[in-house]
Design a protein around this ligand. Structure first.
Ligand code: PRP
Length: 214
């Protein structure tokens, strides 16, 4: 499918956050009800509203937008901080709210005589955070189930997303420090923003002010 027409191409993060964000797009005047049908299709369009949606893996949204396969998309601030993509960040959608935090087993004390072993999916965020503290670390890059690393003695602490705190509690971990608050952001491809300014501005106007009550 050529992606060179006047459709606004939107990369949405597949999953619960994406469904919430789609509801905001629909309320802004860009509905596409087929999107919520239980199917395995990944691309949906509503020619009347001039919109085409793609469901993509949340951590991939910024790649689609950076490379122009999508004009706009919705990505967590965590992903934007970690990958630092060349995009415009247009709007805080005030949804998907959580925080990036350091967590450790209860009663943890940092032994500053040796490097701190940090397990995380977010290598750059962790590296930047500890560099700002001047603390030497040994990064252990994992892809998921980060919480078990300190329990099994693989790491001293973790750097991960905390939303409700349930995962930490159920694994006898606690937050030691919050690094940065996280929420979903509307992002745009730089060239698209130039060439589809009216389309992107109308979307932005429809989305602005929504989401604060979420
Ligand atoms: C994130 C994070 C934690 C969990 C925190 O994982 O890695 O495991 O959510 O949420 P809570 O504080 O509400 O328990 P996610 O579900 O995004 O999946 P992932 O393991 O693929 O990152």
């Amino acid at each position: 499918m050529a992606v060179t027409d006047r459709f606004l191409n939107v990369a949405l993060p597949k999953g619960r956050l994406g469904e919430m964000v789609y509801a905001m797009f629909a309320a802004a005047g860009y509905p596409c009800p087929a999107l919520l049908e239980n199917s395995r299709r990944l691309i949906f369009e509503n020619p009347g509203a001039g919109i085409r949606y793609f469901w993509v893996k949340p951590s991939d949204v910024a790649i689609y937008v950076e490379r122009g396969a999508a004009d706009v998309g919705v990505a967590g601030k965590d992903i934007l901080l970690e990958y630092d993509p060349e995009i415009y960040e247009l709007l805080d959608l005030h949804t998907g709210i959580c925080r990036m935090a350091v967590a450790a087993p209860k009663g943890f004390r940092d032994d500053t005589r040796r490097p701190l072993r940090v397990a995380t999916k977010f290598r750059r965020i962790a590296e930047r955070y500890y560099a700002s503290l001047g603390r030497e670390i040994d990064i252990i890059h994992l892809n998921g189930s980060i919480e078990i690393a300190p329990i099994l003695g693989l790491s001293d602490v973790i750097v991960d997303i905390v939303e409700t705190g349930t995962t930490l509690r159920e694994n006898d971990l606690e937050v030691v420090e919050t690094i940065v608050p996280v929420s979903a952001r509307l992002i745009a491809n730089k060239a698209s923003f130039k060439f589809k300014t009216p389309e992107i501005e109308s979307l932005l106007a429809g989305l602005s002010g929504q989401g604060k009550e979420n």
